[in-house]
Design a protein around this ligand. Structure first.
Ligand code: ZN
Length: 179
């Protein structure tokens, strides 16, 4: 277990696609999950927010996501299907560009298949809070950043200016996330 450096916007590796985890690599994937947990914990301590992180953000090009809202959740090889026609607009943030907010459009819900830390396969309809969070993280696995999904040229704001954005819905509420 170790705290890793989080790759920052401008690092070309963030735009690379990640490879699926093979069953024989499960042990290593679980170790990567612990590194992700430690790295995110450190980020939360410093910045007061952060609920999910992907392996490529710490330089590991494997399809692994670690998420923690209430319980820790390790997601290996997520696959998306049946995204809802209904979408939402949201001001998104990212640990790879922590001072920036980007307005993006996300599906309200989708179906996700994934493997867990025991290599068991799961399938679930993902909605609400987890929906935008996981669409963001799965994008990372495909080398897509929220800045690439900006709705238009006016879809950028500094975190310090968030109170000035009229009627904004934020992906991350630092006050809530700090609990
Ligand atoms: Zn991100």
């Amino acid at each position: 277990m170790a705290i890793k450096d989080i790759l920052l916007l401008g690092d070309p590796d963030l735009f690379e696609s990640s490879q699926p985890v093979e069953e024989a690599e499960l042990e290593q994937a679980v170790r990567t999950g612990r590194d992700l947990a430690d790295t995110m914990e450190r980020f939360r301590y410093k910045r007061g927010w952060g609920r999910a992180i992907s392996a490529p953000q710490i330089g590991v090009r494997k399809r692994i996501i670690f998420l923690k809202v209430d319980e820790p959740w390790l997601i290996i090889n997520p696959e998306v299907s049946d995204p809802s026609d209904e979408t939402m607009e949201i001001w998104d943030d990212c640990m790879s560009f922590p001072d920036l907010l980007v307005k993006v459009e996300r599906h309200v819900s989708f179906t996700m298949k994934w493997r867990d830390e025991n290599w068991e396969l799961h399938e679930k309809r993902i909605e609400g809070l987890f929906s935008e969070l996981l669409q963001h993280e799965i994008d990372h696995l495909d080398g897509i950043l929220a800045v690439s999904r900006a709705i238009n040229g006016n879809s950028f704001a500094l975190q310090s200016q968030r109170d000035k954005i009229p009627g904004a819905v934020f992906a991350n509420n630092p006050a809530a996330a700090a609990v």
